[in-house]
Design a protein around this ligand. Structure first.
Ligand code: BGC
Length: 414
């Protein structure tokens, strides 16, 4: 027979656990590709281990997801947690007081001393308080190459954008698409941004993106960026319109295309396909010309909950924030995602050759660039995106006219 003491202890325990109720937390994100889904699973499994329940609410495509997420929060229909890009995506929502304050947890866990580079936490900070958790570092400035497409056809695997463009005719003769591209606007503006860094280096990137220099926007080197993007039209297939980025990555994986310029999240797709960096595929940071990287990536925000169970939701939000920052989750999640961790005190020796290249580049502060989400307001970003898409899809548009529009955007950019 159980003792009275035992019964009381059990009753007390039951009381505590029902007080700390498990909450269902709806989590929105745009991680729907194979590699991304594998990375999401790491987060969901670890969150569920805290006793709460991850209710997945994925919306395909960053361009579609971002406005839906933002309008749900500002329209009074908040999710429990959401991914957005690190930077200015949620700036107005934070300023308007829509987000749960994570400062107490951040101080308790010493996030300020953990997060590297510390600028990532700056993007989460407003009036000295912390409103988001950066989870990874992603960079756009990469070209991915299928090695056997070249070696099987008697070609050397290119080591730079120039070598790659010089091989396009040979590739086309073999029915191989030189450059896999998708049609979502952010993919085309991303390509333009990568060409800007590759051709103009840190100097041009800084003058344009940080100093908003009209002179740099008008410069000859910027003309060359427009020309390079114009020339890239002949390297892509007509099917690119509307294509998702991971479908384009898959074209490289299967050898239908030779290369893709895409952020390092593409590595998640190579990993899911069982391909090995340096053996099956190669990567050229900065297109093999200027190997520098931006420190964009993703952060999680936790909109203030409404309704009767708001207190439980906040507890679940804090449990998730803490889990995202933990060492093991940082390792496991980022290895699947193809991104780099946001803390420097963890063992990333399991990272593949391309990730190791990225880690080495980011060791030097002069190699680190801010991402477009970090420097531009969503409105300015939209204006650039429209211009790049229009230019890329209109071969009749003159470089001089496109560049003049670019200069005008820079003049009023914020
Ligand atoms: C995000 C990545 C994501 C990629 C493609 C980027 O905006 O930062 O995490 O993998 O979009 O979906």
């Amino acid at each position: 027979m159980k003792s009275l003491k035992h019964c009381i202890a059990a009753a007390l325990l039951a009381g505590t656990s029902s007080m700390a109720q498990a909450a269902d937390l709806e989590v929105t994100h745009w991680w729907t590709s194979g590699g991304e889904a594998a990375a999401v699973k790491v987060l969901a499994d670890n969150f569920n281990k805290t006793g709460h329940n991850w209710k997945d609410s994925a919306i395909a495509g960053g361009g579609n997801a971002r406005p839906v997420i933002i309008s749900r929060i500002s329209g009074g229909d908040p999710m429990g947690a959401t991914q957005l890009n690190s930077g200015r995506d949620a700036e107005e929502l934070v300023q308007a007081g829509f987000m749960t304050d994570l400062t107490e947890l951040a101080e308790k866990e010493g996030w300020k001393d953990i997060v590297r580079p510390s600028k990532l936490l700056d993007s989460c900070t407003y009036e000295g308080k912390i409103f988001c958790v950066p989870v990874n570092i992603h960079s756009f400035q990469w070209m991915w190459l299928n090695r056997s497409v070249f070696t099987d056809n008697g070609m050397e695997v290119p080591k730079s954008w120039d070598e790659m463009t010089a091989m396009q005719d040979k590739l086309k003769e073999k029915n191989i698409i030189p450059l896999a591209l998708g049609g979502e606007p952010w993919q085309i503006s991303g390509l333009a941004g990568v060409l800007t860094v590759a051709l103009g280096g840190v100097e041009l990137h800084t003058k344009i993106n940080v100093e908003k220099s009209v002179e740099a926007a008008e410069s000859e080197i910027m003309t060359r960026v427009f020309e390079a993007l114009g020339n890239a039209r002949s390297m892509v297939d007509p099917g690119n319109v509307g294509r998702a980025w991971n479908t384009a990555t898959n074209m490289v994986i299967t050898g239908k295309a030779a290369s893709q310029i895409m952020g390092d999240w593409a590595q998640g797709e190579f990993a899911v396909a069982g391909q090995v960096a340096g053996k099956d595929y190669d990567c050229l940071p900065g297109l093999g010309i200027n190997p520098v990287l931006d420190t964009g990536g993703d952060s999680f925000f936790f909109p203030k909950p409404k309704g009767d169970n708001a207190e439980e939701i906040v507890k679940a939000q804090l449990a998730m924030a803490s889990m995202l920052m933990s060492k093991q989750v940082q390792v496991d999640f980022n290895l699947k995602k193809g991104s780099l961790p946001i803390r420097g005190d963890i063992d990333m020796s399991a990272a593949n050759d391309c990730m190791q290249k990225g880690i080495k580049i980011l060791e030097k502060p002069e190699n680190i660039l801010p991402s477009s989400e970090q420097v531009w307001s969503p409105d300015t970003q939209g204006q650039f995106e429209d211009l790049w898409v229009e230019f890329f899809s209109s071969p009749e548009m003159k470089v001089a006219d496109a560049q003049a529009r670019f200069v005008n955007i820079i003049k009023t950019a914020d």
